[in-house]
Design a protein around this ligand. Structure first.
Ligand SMILES: [Mg+2]
Length: 242
């Protein structure tokens, strides 16, 4: 196993790498659609298979439109600035985001223990760490997980939008995070669970790319450019730190 403490910095994706965020998204979609379907008298009721059939991996508004279409419900698309009460595709999508934030705040989110163990080892070695996430909720997730103070550099969906950076698999977000850390990508490591994320780090020329297999598959992650693939970041904790 490579020694990440020898890198000039280690850049972590967030969702699926530090926290099991997908579970909170599933929960939020379920809570939001159960309420909406009850209020609107929509049948059949929402189930978790709707998540996998219509929502998983899709942009939020596209997912909403897909679920509603499956129930023959037609509403206007609206605009991303629509309030969460608006009965438009964008309004319903924004409603889900409000529910997501509420669940995070009320229930918190437990980071993966193996990821915390690796962060502890990196902190002990003085190795700088950063977050590189496409999510606009990254700061809320990091706060709910109690780990935001561990990351002096957070390159998230909000920063990317402000700086007009194209999203993964383009290398821009990883390169900008490396620049913010003051390190050369070739001397830094990237940790990712998504194919597009691994492709982004590979395109950026990162010296070490760790794929974390949370379902994407070891082979596809390697094909995308991962140097090695682990199933949990605990595998990368040095056995002796003396
Ligand atoms: Mg991820």
């Amino acid at each position: 196993m490579p020694d990440l403490t020898a890198c000039d910095a280690v850049l972590f994706d967030l969702d699926g790498v530090i926290t099991p965020t997908a579970e909170v998204h599933m929960h939020a979609w379920r809570a939001m659609f159960e309420r909406l379907f009850a209020d609107w008298g929509v049948e059949p009721p929402y189930t978790d298979s709707d998540y996998f059939d219509h929502l998983d991996g899709k942009k939020r508004y596209d997912g909403v439109a897909s679920v509603l279409r499956s129930r023959d419900v037609e509403i206007p698309w609206g605009h991303p600035s629509d309030p969460p009460e608006a009965d438009t595709v964008c309004g319903v999508g924004n409603r889900k985001n409000v529910v997501f934030s509420r669940i995070l705040e009320e229930e918190g989110i437990q980071p993966y223990p193996g990821s915390i163990a690796l962060l502890d080892a990196l902190a002990a070695a003085g190795t700088p760490v950063a977050i590189v996430s496409s999510s606009k909720n990254a700061r809320d997730v990091l706060t709910a997980a109690g780990v935001i103070d561990r990351f002096p550099v957070i390159m998230d969906g909000v920063v990317a939008e402000t700086e007009h950076l194209p999203s993964k698999p383009a290398p821009d977000v990883f390169l900008e995070a490396a620049r913010m850390c003051g390190v050369e990508p070739a001397r830094a490591a990237a940790v990712e669970d998504a194919i597009s994320g691994v492709q982004s780090a590979a395109a950026g020329g990162f010296g070490l790319i760790i794929g974390v297999d949370r379902g994407a598959g070891a082979e596809p992650l390697s094909q995308a450019g991962a140097t090695i693939v682990v199933s949990d970041l605990a595998e990368l904790v040095p056995s002796s730190t003396h």
